[in-house]
Design a protein around this ligand. Structure first.
Ligand code: PHE
Length: 404
């Protein structure tokens, strides 16, 4: 019979009873907000990336590699099995993740790529990308969001050299038993050194993002792929807010990936939640907005600029055009100022939409489109007309224009 398929990024996937991706979700693939210049998700990613580039260097060069272009389609093996996620873990449910079929899915976290990069021989890397989880849609939940994951591996030398005077006396591995504090087989001094490097790195990152007065706290957590594990919380407007998960990478993962002689840490965090706090963005759906009134607020060349998002009206605008003959010494800015002073914040924009020169009489006419928009209700046409009338009257007396 005819086999139905779903195509994602040029690749076809056979539909089967596991398939639950919807067209609305597939549409988001390839948008890559994390790589879109000036997008707030990209700005915050640049800040974090800069922090890692500067903090970890060797002979003046950054040692972290950044991967931001991995396909969000991963195998179930990458998303779950490689990371020791148990067979019965709730995140494997069809109700929680998006499946292309019983073998492939949209990654539910960037950690899905961790093992591949470790196997490729990398010791220090960040992974940035869009992740997909079935969820309700409201001001703080959306089924697509962005994550940044980080991994750092150490051999014995890397871990102890800078920290202690006799690194050779210390071990990464010994016969320590499993406990709440460490994995079976990890020497206590190794766990503690990894933990210290991890926590101090992430606390410093929080300071870079939120300023040196930010309060942080560590909370014990559980992830199948790390032990011990923690969540970092920051105090934001008097509430503790969870910003990331992290821990000491399960040795079993490193052993399977050709890095059995090393130990390491990993963390993963959602970027939307951070960006919402950092920039005061009230609704997660705004990240997908193509509205210039949203995007323009983030057009800064320095990603470390302070930006406080100013909400804009969701009510429909009302456009009114106004044409007049201009006098010889006409200054456009005088007209813009006049519109602003009479229209106030109800004027969203003023654009010169047409210039017409009547050569015989050596006269030039300008047509301006004034966009009115009320912050909390529909802008009525009669109201916009009334303001435009005042503008026209004042323009003819003060700026010497001749209305057409
Ligand atoms: N992948 C985890 C999540 O999405 C975060 C995490 C990454 C935790 C790496 C520990 C280590 O919540």
């Amino acid at each position: 019979g005819h086999q139905k398929t779903t195509t994602v990024l040029g690749q076809s996937y056979e539909v089967d009873p596991w398939t639950n991706v919807s067209p609305a979700i597939l549409e988001k693939i390839g948008m890559n907000l994390h790589s879109q210049k000036y997008h707030p998700i990209c700005l915050i990613r640049q800040r974090i990336q800069d922090f890692f580039y500067k903090r970890f260097t060797k002979r003046g060069n950054p040692i972290f590699s950044v991967f931001d272009n991995e396909s969000p389609v991963v195998s179930l093996k990458q998303n779950f099995d490689n990371l020791l996620v148990p067979e019965n873990h709730p995140s494997r449910n069809q109700a929680d993740s998006y499946y292309l079929n019983s073998a492939y899915m949209l990654r539910a976290h960037c950690t899905a790529h961790q093992q591949d990069f470790i196997r490729a021989g990398l010791n220090s890397f960040l992974i940035v990308g869009d992740v997909y989880r079935r969820d309700t849609v409201d001001s703080s939940h959306y089924p697509v969001f962005h994550q940044l994951d980080g991994v750092r591996l150490f051999d014995k030398h890397d871990l102890f050299e800078e920290r202690v005077s006799q690194p050779d006396a210390l071990q990464l591995f010994d016969d320590t038993k499993h406990s709440a504090l460490n994995q079976a087989g990890h020497a206590i001094e190794a766990t503690l050194a990894v933990q210290h490097d991890l926590k101090s790195t992430l606390e410093d990152m929080a300071t870079i993002l939120f300023g040196k007065d930010i309060e942080t706290q560590w909370v014990d957590a559980y992830f199948p792929f790390t032990h011990p594990s923690w969540e970092l919380e920051i105090k934001y407007q008097d509430k503790w807010l969870e910003v990331l998960g992290c821990g000491v990478i399960q040795q079993q993962i490193l052993n399977k990936s050709g890095a059995g002689s090393k130990v390491g840490w990993a963390f993963g965090m959602g970027l939307e939640r951070l960006a919402m706090k950092l920039y005061d963005i009230p609704d997660i759906r705004l990240f997908w907005s193509k509205d210039q009134r949203f995007l323009d607020q983030f057009r800064v060349d320095d990603p470390h600029s302070n930006i406080q998002f100013k909400p804009f009206s969701i009510h429909p605008p009302c456009d009114i055009d106004l044409s007049f003959w201009i006098p010889e010494m006409f200054q456009e800015n005088d007209f813009y100022d006049l519109v602003r002073s009479l229209g106030g914040n109800i004027v969203e924009k003023v654009e010169l939409i047409d210039v017409y020169t009547y050569t015989k009489l050596k006269r030039t006419s300008h047509c301006y489109r004034i966009t009115y928009r009320h912050p909390d209700r529909v802008m009525e046409k009669v109201e916009a007309d009334a303001i435009t009338k005042k503008i026209a009257a004042e323009a003819s007396t003060k700026l010497n224009v001749k209305l057409r």
